[in-house]
Design a protein around this ligand. Structure first.
Ligand code: XMP
Length: 308
């Protein structure tokens, strides 16, 4: 078992031997796996690594700025705002799996287009052990990715044998900010799976604001590292409420805060009542389109962690 320091030295050497003076690209999401991978490979090959950060328009409040500020001086960092392209492709799509497929496909299109602008020979991926163990080895250790133009990228996976807790240790050793290292899991399709039904810029913005309030309050209460995930879901249900002396008809938001070890099962976290009350009051007072906030109290199973 290597210490974090030994692992880093060993990984840098292996990446240098493998990539040499060629160029490589990585899709950086700002999550711990892709962040650790990016910094590790940057230490090995410098600016020959091009880190591409794609904004699909479904990111959390402040996420573009946070990821940009963390990495712009540390990596050869390329930001791509493709939010309009994603929203156009998703127009009118209600089915959650269909939304996921479209988001995945547009993501690959955007990333491949960016890759083709470089003369990269390698694609760095932040695959970790549970990713390939869960797919029963279907993700092979040596494989290529052929792009539509005929360009072929050889895949490099420097943290393939690590588990999440080990990736976090490496992240700390690499001086990544704690906010990145201990960031709660955030699904690839982002807020796209936190809005029930078809996505619009307006309803994604409501979900974004509500998620920010949940994050603010859970973090302010100092329980963010104790719970696995904490978020808000915008449902497609509208309910009657009263604001001022007027009856109002607004959205129902569900707040979900769960404990888990590996996301395979989850239980609802017990939170101080004041935290829940503050979240609810802030959501209804700060987001005019919302009249009602409910707290999800279902474990996984039978519920899933996300709503869509
Ligand atoms: P569920 O909802 O299936 O979620 O209980 C289990 C874990 O996976 C995350 N999740 C996703 N992550 N793409 C991702 O990258 C997805 O489409 C996706 N759907 C769910 C979820 O946030 C939880 O941590």
């Amino acid at each position: 078992m290597l210490s974090p320091d030994e692992f880093i030295k060993d990984a840098i050497k292996k990446v240098k031997d493998e990539i040499g003076d060629e160029k490589a690209i990585i899709a950086l999401s700002g999550g711990v796996d892709s962040s650790v991978c990016s910094v590790l490979v940057q230490e090995a090959i410098g600016d020959n690594l091009i880190a591409i950060f794609v904004n699909h328009g479904l990111l959390r409040e402040g996420e573009v700025e946070e990821v940009t500020n963390t990495f712009k001086d540390r990596l050869n960092f390329h930001y791509v705002d493709a939010s309009d392209e994603f929203m156009e492709a998703l127009e009118g799509v209600e089915d959650p799996e269909e939304k996921r497929k479209i988001i995945g496909k547009v993501f690959i299109d955007v990333f491949e287009r960016e890759a083709e602008k470089t003369d990269a020979k390698y694609l760095v991926q932040g695959t970790i052990a549970p990713d390939w163990i869960e797919t029963k080895g279907e993700i092979k250790s040596h494989h290529n990715l052929a792009l539509p133009s005929g360009m072929v990228l050889e895949v490099v996976e420097p943290i393939r044998d690590l588990y999440k807790d080990e990736v976090r240790e490496i992240g700390l050793e690499l001086d990544l900010p704690e906010k990145v290292v201990f960031r709660q899991p955030f699904p690839g399709p982002g807020l796209g799976v936190r809005v029930v039904g078809a996505l619009t810029k307006d309803n994604v913005e409501i979900a974004r604001k509500a998620n920010k309030i949940v994050c603010d309050e859970v973090e302010k209460a100092g329980i963010d590292k104790e719970v696995w995930q904490y978020f808000a879901v915008l449902t497609d249900t509208k309910v009657t409420g009263v604001k001022g002396d007027q009856r109002d008809f607004g959205y129902l938001i569900v707040v979900r805060i769960v404990n888990s070890i590996d996301a395979m099962t989850a239980s609802v976290a017990e939170l101080p009542w004041e935290v829940i009350q503050t979240i609810s009051r802030r959501i209804t007072s700060e987001i005019s389109e919302v009249t009602h906030v409910a707290l999800s109290i279902s474990d996984k199973p039978p519920a899933t962690i996300e709503f869509c």
